[in-house]
Design a protein. Sequence first.
Length: 470
Amino acid sequence: MTSYQNQRGSFQHFHRSFLQDDGPRFREVLSDEQIERAARLQNLSFGTGEDDIYSVPLTLWAFVSQAVSESKSCLAAVARVLAWLTKLGRLACDAGTGAYCKARAKLTESFLWFLTCDVGRRLEDQVPDAWRWHGKRVVLVDGSTLSMPDTPANQQAYPQMRSQRPGVGFPIVRWVALVGLASGVVLESAVGPYRGKETSELALFRTLLSALSRGDVVLADRYYCSYWMVVLLQALDVDVVFRKHQLRHTDFRCGRRLGRNDHVVRWTKPPRPKWMEQATYDSLPATLALREVRTMVTTPGCRVKELVVVTTLRDHEMYSKEEILDLYHERWHVELDLRSIKTQMKMEILRCKTPEMVRKEIWAHLLAYNLIRKVMAQAAEEHQLTPRQFSFAGAMQTLNEFRTSLLHAAAEELPEMTSRILNAIARHRVGNRPGRVEPRKLKRRPKGYSRLLVSRAQERAKLTRGRTRS
């Protein structure tokens, strides 16, 4: 029996706490064999002795549970492990965080990346056809930024903004994610410094192109609408639906007319950018035939009065103008998904003090997010709805409150408990609020503290000098 098979019980507890053992369609989204295979590929085998508490599955469970819990501290994570071991009557771990932090550091970044992307890909591949758009997988792409502790190592890898004084700002990382429209899972992700050469969202997105498949449709805002991005995706047989960049001129009197505010035009290849090799540039077509559709926005309160969408789906009989515009409206889901990860899961401000652990912390959050999305997909299938109709925050809170009961429930109690959880998640619907307009302003006032304009050490020294004189 291998060391991985010895840990099978711990793997099963990891699955149970995230409701991974039930559901016919999505049963194979995350299995014991997947985790064992990923651990073998990374040569991860620790905690296999009788006196070793933190095995690979237990450390993974503690790390992922830490990502979705209200308290993000390592102390709280160790307390959860200690409570679980005590309930099972097993050898208790030390209440300190040292052993857990060492075990967590042994989990490689590629191990967490493999599990996250594998869960996302399997779930998106298994969704019912009714959740897809024209039978195609639609992939949303967008980027954001994350902050982290101000340590020398973090500052070197992810420098703070130039406008901030040394010791005042925080390291900042740029983050780009590919999200499946049907299920909401993260399919792939990339991070990089906020500033520097080849650190833009487009540069990070280019590193993720291998995650796309033939026949996919990429849905993104106007920042991604460039000749180069369209031609690179077309080379992969991937279609695009982008909002047209504001610097490109639009004239619906030109091109081949398909209907009112619907035509096909040709874009000419611009000069070679610095990041592209000359051979690649020469191999690209001189022009691109693209379809443009337009609609006028009359909803009160909207800043946009005219919306022009660019797409490679030129067959106007198969893909009507209204369907293209409706699909682009679905792009807003990626804004909500990133907000759920950053705000609901509290990933906006990371806690780890080294760049390597910061990246692991990001992948642990994304793995937890995908597992919650899997439960939402299961609830949607049982209630003949779609996952986009459910509240992510409601699903996460429900699973968090049921986690302890799931871990300690008897086998015969699990079906009834699972049914109750899925019913509760299905009850947390997202409101249908067409035309909703909200001011981007805060009502609650912040505390009346002055801003820190120099490093904390300098400010502390000022206070110390004043105390010495008195």
